[in-house]
Design a protein around this ligand. Structure first.
Ligand code: SF4
Length: 502
């Protein structure tokens, strides 16, 4: 008999004990030391995964085949665990173990980064819950029971005698129920307050304060538990964040992670100098995303933009190819049409333009803002024009703006629906499709400069050169030794420049 031998080996293996299932409830934080390069890689990869979860959840029906295929592909690209039925003997192989370890650690890193505000917490919980649901639904019924037991989720199983006595009620109370189905699947007895969704939708039998849930629907209750635990954990993490941030190695990493853009680094400008100032007006109507189109319009109308607008728009223009000299000329000619004279412009504004190009101060070559950064930080107030119109504009104002840009009423309705569901980047992507007259943009929008490049590609103005490139890593990060304080400080600076918040 092989079985007892194998079992002894598994129990003796701490790796296997740590990650028994490919799915985790993330009850225990990781306790091992990791290098900062791993910290960054794990965090960025999980962000990519969560972005895919968000995008797939809106463009496809959750749980449908195309949705699952899209997620499965991303799991495998990014090396996250997605196979519940790994053979026992393969579980502690380096690949599967590493994947599960990455899943565990990356979740906790993003907890640190995404516990800081209500908006961040809400987004993080939603994506994690969807991710959890996708993986839980892949478990077989035996694996589900084992997972619940392993995570101390002790839902009481309904005994055979009671189940037989209640068969009629159980059949009547479930949508696809039949006598034989009741016979062959487990039922759980859960206090009704833990299964309010099922009670509200009359999808389960309720008796004496308990809901009788077929195993196929237990996911709803498990998800409720997962959501509640994660929400509490994020609140606790937020409380201990000041202590964590006092670690100078982590502070710069975490402060940028929540705004980190996952994709191309637009500080690398292939098109530098290929745009003339005369092209900006026509380009703003054809190829600028709504945020930049609005900023351009406000600048032309008021001959001025406040600091937030100058930063957001100035860096975007730099990203599409304006040189320092062109930028100085552009801003000077516009500002001096208003209340600012040449002298004041040179003293007050020229410095910050040169600063953005890395010619003053710390001499950092600042990177254009990503959508996440625009959406999540520095919300505009009265008199400001920066921010993301899909996130920061009132629905009525947004509607008027879209009407003025000749978006069809049905298109506006679709965009407003996405905005209502807080899918701002998807709303922007829909705006892209409608204004470029295409059905599927075929990319996942993360950055205003990506919008510009994709638009130029579609309109035939950017050719192959302008096509977005694969994500780039922070320079040198992987090459540096782990946990060596001087190297860590240097690495943090690299990351600071990489994530760049200006
Ligand atoms: S989603 Fe991004 S590109 Fe679109 S308007 Fe908002 S910030 Fe700009």
């Amino acid at each position: 008999m092989q079985f007892p031998v194998r079992q002894r080996r598994l129990i003796a293996n701490p790796k296997t004990e740590l990650y028994v299932h490919f799915l985790q409830f993330y009850g225990q934080p990781p306790l091992e030391n990791i290098s900062l390069s791993e910290f960054e890689t794990f965090a960025v990869d999980r962000l990519k995964l969560l972005k895919t979860v968000e995008n797939s959840g809106v463009s496809q029906v959750k749980g449908s085949e195309p949705y699952q295929k899209k997620l499965d592909k991303e799991f495998s690209n990014l090396n996250f665990p997605n196979k519940p039925d790994i053979k026992e003997e393969d579980k502690d192989g380096p690949n599967e173990y590493e994947k599960r370890r990455k899943d565990h650690i990356s979740h906790f890193i993003l907890r640190l980064a995404y516990c800081q505000t209500e908006d961040l917490r809400r987004w993080f919980i939603q994506q994690e819950v969807d991710l959890f649901r996708h993986r839980f639904n892949r478990l077989t019924s035996v694996q589900k029971s084992s997972f619940l037991k392993h995570n101390n989720l002790h839902y009481e199983t309904v005994g055979l005698v009671e189940k037989t006595a209640l068969t009629d009620k159980l059949v009547q109370s479930s949508y696809a129920g039949s006598g034989s189905k009741v016979d062959t699947q487990d039922y759980y007895k859960v206090p009704f307050q833990d299964a309010l969704d099922l009670v509200r939708n009359r999808k389960a039998y309720l008796k004496a304060g308990y809901v009788y849930i077929p195993q196929q629907d237990i996911v709803i209750t498990v998800l409720n538990d997962f959501r509640t635990q994660l929400s509490k954990a994020l609140a606790l993490t937020a409380r201990s964040l000041p202590t964590v941030l006092s670690d100078e190695r982590l502070q710069p990493l975490l402060s940028h992670l929540s705004h980190a853009y996952v994709g191309q680094d637009y500080s690398i400008q292939k098109n530098m100098g290929k745009i003339s100032l005369e092209q900006i007006d026509p380009l703003s109507g054809k190829s600028f995303p709504l945020c930049m189109r609005g900023l351009h319009q406000a600048l032309r109308e008021n001959h001025h933009l406040r600091h937030g607008g100058r930063m957001q728009y100035g860096l975007f223009l730099k990203g599409i190819g304006l040189t320092l000299e062109q930028a100085l000329q552009f801003w000077r000619s516009e500002f001096t049409k208003g209340k600012v004279d040449m002298d004041k412009f040179d003293k007050q504004y020229a410095y910050s333009i040169r600063h953005n190009f890395g010619k003053e101060g710390k001499r950092t070559d600042y990177t254009p803002y990503s959508c996440l950064k625009v959406i999540l930080s520095n919300a505009p107030s009265q008199g400001d024009h920066h921010g993301c119109p899909f996130r920061h504009s009132d629905a009525e104002l947004l509607k008027q703006k879209l009407q003025s840009y000749k978006v069809s009423p049905s298109g506006i309705a679709q965009i407003l629906d996405l905005v209502k569901g807080m899918h701002y980047q998807l709303a922007c992507q829909k705006y892209f499709e409608l204004t470029h007259n295409i059905e599927d943009s075929g990319f996942s929008l993360n950055h205003p400069n990506q919008y510009f490049l994709e638009s130029q590609r579609v309109l035939g103005g950017g050719g192959k050169e302008a096509k977005a490139e694969p994500p780039q890593r922070a320079p040198d990060v992987a090459a540096k030794p782990p946990l060596d304080p001087p190297a860590l400080a240097e690495m943090a600076e690299d990351l600071d420049a990489y994530f760049q918040d200006g």
